[in-house]
Write a protein that binds this ligand. Structure first.
Ligand code: HQG
Length: 181
């Protein structure tokens, strides 16, 4: 697969695994959002444009994903994070004292007033380092990195979930636990 095709296939896989499995006739496991790799492959191949795709192509996309968007284990695959569709359950975890969230200048006033909300996804996305936060926040304008004081957030009742690859999720983060880096 060349890079452009890989990117396009990756987008299709995130659409199916994060947002609209029913558009592809796929039912994801309600607990962890996964499906058999074979099911994903069939659903992809059912589209004329992607009829040529093989399992090794999917494996290549999973391996090369810059943000490690997918998780493949025991013949099953899921999106690691980013779901807008059904709520994927993660085990609560013990986060580092500080996590980061990347956003844009235009959203800042609202976030500092109301806290971080999941908006159109199921969870707010946070990361252990600033790299992932920078990628996320740079997509929509001038980057702003926020620091989340997880000790304070936990005192406010926030539960943190680990999605792997340094990504943490929460249902929300109150403004009192946020500061601009
Ligand atoms: C903002 C992509 C106003 C929030 C990325 C963000 C990430 C508020 C936007 C992953 C707000 C939601 C997730 C409030 C939050 N008022 N704005 N109270 N609370 N926001 O895309 O974190 O390439 O749903 O700051 O790189 O940007 O798809 O979340 O700007 O890793 O794999 O509302 O998705 O990865 O935007 O991105 P999103 P996100 P992929």
């Amino acid at each position: 697969l060349n890079q452009a095709v890989e990117k396009s296939l990756s987008k299709m896989m995130t659409k199916l695994l994060r947002h609209a499995p029913e558009d592809f006739g796929v039912v994801l496991d309600p607990a962890d959002g996964s499906c058999p790799v074979a099911t994903l492959l069939e659903a992809i191949q059912a589209q004329p444009r992607w009829a040529w795709v093989k399992q090794e192509d999917i494996e290549q996309v999973v391996r090369n994903s810059d943000k490690q968007r997918f998780e493949m284990e025991g013949g099953r695959i899921r999106a690691r994070y980013g779901h807008s569709h059904d709520k994927v359950q993660y085990a609560p975890g013990e986060p580092p004292a500080v996590l980061y969230h990347g956003t844009n200048r235009k959203a800042l006033a609202s976030i500092l007033k109301e806290g971080l909300h999941p908006m159109s996804r199921q969870y707010v996305h946070l990361s252990e380092g600033t790299h992932f936060a920078t990628l996320a926040g740079s997509r929509r304008g001038e980057l702003v990195i926020l620091e989340v004081d997880t000790v304070s957030a936990k005192q406010q009742g926030v539960t943190f979930y680990y999605a792997g690859n340094e990504v943490w999720l929460a249902e929300g983060v109150p403004p009192i636990s946020l500061s601009v880096v």
